[in-house]
Design a protein. Sequence first.
Length: 150
Amino acid sequence: MADIAALGNLCSKVEALAPGSFAGITLSNAGHTHIERALFPTLPYSFSAAITHVPLEPAGFGSCVKAISRGETITCPDILNDRLFDPRWRQVCLDHGLKAIQSRPIYVDGKPQGTFVLAFREPKPESEWDQALMTFAADAAGKVLTGAAQ
């Protein structure tokens, strides 16, 4: 199993580098059929619980599902006005005060196995800083997960 303490610490470090952000991680199950675990240390547990066990198909449910399914970064700069994703996903985000989100795939053995997530309380386009920070964080999470798998 993944080193949850190390992943939680990574989330805390990223939040410190992106003021006003909420960082988290989602992980798919071994069969790559659904999100098995969600870790968002500074959000209420109800957010993690709401996105756990969500199927990876159809890929349009939310940003993490789409990022894992497609293996690409998904950014939603204005959740309130988003019409690409399932309304249930949008409502879960809004109920937890999240108005912008980015989900970047975490690769393990060359396959997207989860996402590193950065969310904000206000609508926000992705900045170069966010992009660099998310690339670092997703790569670091992948290394933690690869180490845990060995």
